[in-house]
Structures are given as C-alpha cells and as structure tokens.
Design a protein around this ligand. Sequence first.
Ligand SMILES: CC(C)(COP(=O)(O)OP(=O)(O)OC[C@H]1O[C@@H](n2cnc3c(N)ncnc32)[C@H](O)[C@@H]1OP(=O)(O)O)[C@@H](O)C(=O)NCCC(=O)NCCS
Length: 171
Amino acid sequence: MAASKGNLRIDAAGVGSTPQILRLDPSWLQACVALDQRALDGLWTAEQWRRELDDPRRLCIGLVASETLLGVACGWLVADELHITAVAVDPERRRSGHGGLLLQALLQRARRHGAVHATLEVASDNVAALALYAKAGFRAAGTRSGYYSDGRDALIQWCRIPSAPSPTPAT
Ligand SMILES: CC(C)(COP(=O)(O)OP(=O)(O)OC[C@H]1O[C@@H](n2cnc3c(N)ncnc32)[C@H](O)[C@@H]1OP(=O)(O)O)[C@@H](O)C(=O)NCCC(=O)NCCS
C-alpha cells in the first residue's frame, strides 16, 4: 500500500488525483516515514523526518496524487549550495518520470532560494540513481571510500543549477 497522509489539511487548490508537487510540512510526517520504509529501507527515523519538515533551511518536497505521497526530494540550503539528502519514489511508481520531476523541482526551488550549485552522495552501485543524476547534469567529483555502513563507496556529485527556462514569447 502506498503512503497516505493522516490528518490531511487540503489547501485552497485541493490535492486531487493529478500528481502535483507540494512543499511538505510536518503534517506529512507519517507519510514520509512510511514512504522511507518502502523506498529507502528506513533511511531516517521519525525524529529525523520531523527535523527535515520543520526547518525552513531544509527543502522537502513531495509528489502527491489523491492524498498519497508518491515520492520525495529533500535537501539542505547551505549558503549558495543545495545539499541533496534524499530522493525517492515509491517502488510501485518508478520509471514514470517522477524521480526526474522531483529532482528538477527541488533544484528550481533551491535556485529561487539562492542556491547555484547542488551536491549529493550516491552509492557507487546505485545504477538507477546514478542514471537519474547524470541525466540532470550531475558529474562525479570524488569518492568517499567505505562511506556506507555496508562498506560501499559513495560518489560525490555536483551540478550547477540551471536558471529556470524563460517562458516562450507569444508569436
Ligand atoms: C532513483 C529513483 C529516485 C528514480 O526514480 P524514478 O521515478 O524511477 O525515475 P524516473 O522515472 O524519473 O527516471 C529518470 C531517469 O533516471 C534513469 N533511471 C531511473 N531508473 C533507472 C533504472 N532502474 N535503471 C537505469 N536508469 C534508470 C533513467 O535515465 C531515467 O530516464 P528514462 O526513463 O528517460 O530512461 C528511484 O529508483 C528510487 O526511489 N530509488 C530508491 C531510492 C534511491 O536510491 N534514491 C537515491 C539515493 S542517492
């Protein structure tokens, strides 16, 4: 079962069946923890998720359809950098463009907050994530050997965040 939100407060626009990107607030805590269990094998505890959702310097966005959280992308704003800490899509909803959409939305929101570069660490054998980040313009900038608890290496990646494309002038 996908991660649904508990006491949902629907904003004026509503949260309908068309997937939309929302900035997640603490009312999404339970849904984030449930998605984390399904998609990230329990990366963060509920307390760590609460901090992600509470802190204004941390950006945490979700892709939501019919009040269900399909994916998340989170990062920390540090000076003019965005440190991406999590990108995950529900296992049953992958390969539909959701990960790419979330990553681009996170980068653009970070850009609006003044970030011009983004960085992250990714396991050297995470084929899906490496392909996702390469497609978004990330390039490897180093390795942290044995970074993960199971001994895998992490690749450090960086990208310059492109400006949002200007709207096409009417002809
Ligand atoms: C990585 C992840 C977020 C991708 O989400 P997704 O919604 O499936 O990604 P998209 O459908 O937007 O795919 C975008 C691109 O990523 C690449 N990609 C995604 N999944 C892939 C896979 N399994 N194998 C190879 N390339 C893949 C492709 O280049 C794809 O573009 P294409 O569909 O045009 O070929 C998802 O696999 C996931 O949640 N993984 C577990 C959590 C994780 O590892 N997060 C990263 C931690 S650093």
